[in-house]
Ligand binder design. Sequence first.
Ligand code: B4P
Length: 192
Amino acid sequence: MALGHAEVLLLMGPPGAGKGTQASKLARARQLLKLSTGDMLRNHVAQGSALGQQAKAIMEAGELVPDALIIAMVKEAIAAQNSDVRVLLDGFPRTPGQAEALETLLREFDTALTAAILLEVNEDELVARLLKRAQEEGRSDDNEATIRRRMQVYREQTQPLVDYYAAKSKLRRVSGEGSVEEVFARITEVLL
Ligand code: B4P
């Protein structure tokens, strides 16, 4: 692995597929800056910033925060890197508009996407994982009605990106079922 050179990975998949879990491991292993739009938004909500105030009700309803807000937030974080761009995007892009904005943004930084990793998990397992997290962490968007809505939003707005990245030969499909370590081993393998 050539550290110190640009690398841009993105992790996509339905809610509960393990994006956040795998993103932390992958960022550590490849020395990438992890940018999780979900975590960034939750921080804004916790701080009560203007963006957080706008995002709170949207997230609690299981809808997507408007593209313009998300894109500005990601751009600021990437621009803060002062050497080669080495980032792992977790949960971004989630719409075709975000995917196009990302391409433009990466061109501005003289780089391009390395690979888009898609974590695939069957829906019953997804719901079970998120309900378990609801009991353990009490996240305000982890209740059954919102979880179902997030799945539907994923199918309608984010799934088209699977074809988008496949057409660019950037898509790497990985089964997200099994233990965290098993999934991580599969991801490592598709990035060889
Ligand atoms: P996210 O924070 O991205 O939430 P998520 O889709 O539920 O994924 P997360 O990363 O948290 O969960 P994971 O699968 O790791 O987004 C939340 C909300 O923010 C969105 O609904 C939206 O409103 C907004 N938002 C975020 N990004 C946006 C964007 N780009 N545009 C617009 N709006 C945006 O893990 C789930 C659970 O499974 C965990 O409890 C974990 O421990 C468990 N788990 C993981 N791997 C497992 C395994 N292998 N086996 C068993 N359990 C596992």
